[in-house]
Design a protein around this ligand. Structure first.
Ligand code: DGY
Length: 344
């Protein structure tokens, strides 16, 4: 039972042994040039709705349609999916974070998992910096104030926020997005601190004007803490009541990585009691559910997981995911593989 799934180019399954093009399933309606490219080389089937497809349904499709290439966009590729897809040769994730994919299950089957690194970092850093600015300068509160017709006259004391320039920006996670964030901070004459599992080369630190500190120093000294770590068992609830208690009462927390990196309950309490000044969040623990306490607070800016959502970047992500998928199906090693051990 394929439920509400809409298939295109599906056609009847050719008998095994016949010369066939690889069978590919795409979990969202991606841009037309990407779908056209896939159609030119594969038998393409598509979930035509921009809604998440349940793992059980995905497993059923992969088994029934003998899918070899799976392009996962906002879809969970669980062990059940991997196990049911006997012909699966590649999982191409449309996104840089791949916590939605059971990579271990893929690796066991020697199935490469690919991601779209290298095309969305600057755009995601733009959004992180936009959240930082919006939270510090109370932009959303100001917008609401004007729209609600409450603005009657210029007021000296209206909506005072926090300075950004010359403040300290603490970056937790110094991969490509963290580094892109530090460049934005430098543009605002900020002092840049960072913490990361691995310290960057001295040349990189010098170029970015970034100083490596331990985690507690980062939380203690920063006026803005911006999170840029991938979600792993080690980074789950990296920010708890303890880390929030280290932060200055004037400081802000920015999260554009994954919601589960932050204990949302603790964050809501810290914001409500003004233990910290504010937050800017693009990601949540149980998306699309937002903790009701967060949704009530004026000192947090909320966005619906749109870090990479620009026309140019989403198009590049789709194109790169297609390239990764086609490379594997053609028997070549793709540019971005997250479980390289499958090639050893
Ligand atoms: C990413 O690329 O990881 C974005 O958050 C989309 O999931």
């Amino acid at each position: 039972m394929l439920g509400r799934l809409v298939l295109i180019d599906a056609g009847p399954l050719k008998p095994l042994g016949a010369i066939m093009r690889p069978r590919v399933f795409v979990t969202r309606p991606l841009p037309t040039p990407t779908l056209d490219l896939l159609r030119s080389q594969c038998d393409l089937e598509l979930h035509q709705e921009d809604t998440p497809i349940a793992p059980a349904q995905l497993a059923e499709i992969c088994a029934a349609r003998r899918i070899e290439g799976l392009m996962a966009c906002g879809a969970r590729v669980t062990e059940q999916v991997v196990d049911s897809a006997a012909q699966l040769r590649v999982v191409s994730n449309v996104g840089v974070g791949y916590d939605n994919v059971d990579v271990a299950a893929c690796t066991l089957r020697r199935i490469p998992v690919t991601n779209t690194a290298g095309v969305l970092e600057e755009t995601t850093a733009d959004l992180a910096f936009a959240l930082l600015m919006a939270a510090a300068r109370r932009l959303v509160e100001g917008d609401r104030y004007v729209r609600e017709g409450r603005w009657q006259q210029w007021q000296w004391s209206l909506l005072w926020g926090a300075d950004i320039h010359h403040q300290t920006l603490g970056i937790y996670g110094f991969g490509n997005i963290g580094k892109a964030m530090s460049r934005r901070g430098r543009g605002f004459s900020m002092r840049i601190l960072y913490h990361s599992r691995r310290r960057a080369d001295a040349a990189v630190e010098a170029e970015l004007g970034a100083t490596f500190v331990d985690r507690d120093t980062l939380f203690r000294e920063s006026d803005f803490v911006s999170l840029h770590v991938a979600l792993t068992p080690e980074t789950h609830h990296l920010v708890t009541a303890r880390e929030l208690s280290l932060m200055k009462p004037t400081a802000f927390l920015i999260n554009t990585t994954r919601g589960k990196v932050v204990d949302e309950e603790a964050l809501a309490a810290a914001l409500a009691s003004h233990q910290i000044a504010g937050a800017g969040l693009d990601v949540f623990e149980q998306e699309p559910h937002v903790h009701p306490a967060l949704a009530r607070l004026p000192n947090v800016v909320l966005a619906p997981h749109i870090g990479s959502a620009t026309t140019a970047t989403r198009s590049r992500m789709a194109a790169l995911a297609a390239e990764n998928l086609l490379e594997v199906l053609a028997g070549r090693r793709p540019r971005y593989v997250v479980n390289p051990e499958v090639y050893s």
